[in-house]
Design a protein around this ligand. Sequence first.
Ligand SMILES: Nc1ncnc2c1ncn2[C@@H]1O[C@H](COP(=O)(O)OP(=O)(O)OP(=O)(O)O)[C@@H](O)[C@H]1O
Ligand SMILES: [Mg+2]
Length: 420
Amino acid sequence: MHKRINPFRPNSPVNPGMFVGRIEEIERLESSLVQTRADQPAHFIITGERGIGKTSLMTYIRCLAQGSIVLENLKFKFLVIDVDIDRNTTQLGLIRRIECALTSELGKSEPARHFLADAWSFLKRLEVAGTKLNASGSAQCDEVLADEFANSFAAVTQRMCMQPQASGFADSFEGILVLIDEADNSSSALQLGSFLKLLLERLQRRDCNRVLVGIAGLPEVRAVLHNSHPSSLRLFEEHCLNRLSQNEVRQVLDVCIAHANDLNDEKVALTPSARDLVTRISEGYPHFIQQFGYSAFAMDVDCSIDEDDVIKGAFAPRGAMDLIGDRYYRNDFYNRIQNDSYRQVLRIMAEQNDSWVNRAHIKKHFKGTTSVLSNAIKALRDRHIILGKEGQPGVYRFQHRGFALWIKLCAQPTVVESLP
Ligand SMILES: Nc1ncnc2c1ncn2[C@@H]1O[C@H](COP(=O)(O)OP(=O)(O)OP(=O)(O)O)[C@@H](O)[C@H]1O
Ligand SMILES: [Mg+2]
């Protein structure tokens, strides 16, 4: 047991200092900020499977918008409001969260607090009136609420950007960035798509064009928005996050090791072959890289992290594969799928990595009858574990591609045995 600080972060989003890659996405998001401060907000949505790095990218964008990261002399000054969504989040909850963030950021002087209290007085009135503004509130209430909210939000934003002194605000901002993470968790009662669509339209009607909304979530978030309002998706430019390139994986490893050597007196090195091995087995999935890195770092005792440390770190009991499984996939593989034939299908598909696999291929390797196979495929699709290719019946792939990698590496002992 050594006391070195482990630089890898398998359990939390990476901080901007250790963030690697996503160059194209960052450029396009930077451009959204540029457009917004020119009164043309270009809202965005970041989608991607579990652990691919959505929250890390949101964190990066937050720092960029706040001006704590400056790229190519482009410094922004946005006020950023962070909101996470869970199953219980209501429209009123979202409104309160925004009100709270604005008040705590801007209400630093008496006149400012006065202005804000006035702008948000509708919330107090509604509470006093005891209107049933919970998830089951009537449509009419929601309308009134949405209108009043848009008025207040527009008034505060405009003051803050154009005439901050007039309301006693200490500072001016270029705009407001509202970041909504985990949006796939929205309940249908929240009606996130129509809430945002109507809000953004109302703001525009009030000439308030300095509010930028960024959403992140699993790919299902597209359906969540669409079901709530079919045209809400069109408001957002989508950035779909994929795996990192092999070079970027190496960079993540190098950045983390360099960081460890800044933090610790005891310096460590990652051997080139160990670095290649992590690059190979993580296949570009950020959360695999961080966990393999973490476990190999923890396994090492001689300050030279080699292939042996990587393999032991990955495949020992409570090693990286176990932890990744617990965090993301084991429940899907062993509990949500109660049937061995379903798992057999997944194993066959995982052999093809994360690519599209056709039914004939699965059938060729499947040990069981055609009807059992059909049931298995149907059950896996119903549970959104695999998805069908649009316009091509009988072609499937894993919804979460990292799941395929985990099954391949972990649930099939032969792969483990064949590792060097
Ligand atoms: N660009 C990156 N560079 C280095 N590490 C990253 C990067 N993006 C993500 N990671 C690492 O990958 C893991 C998952 O990242 P993150 O939590 O941002 O993903 P997520 O898509 O928000 O996951 P979830 O779907 O669980 O919310 C974390 O360990 C994080 O440190
Ligand atoms: Mg996240």
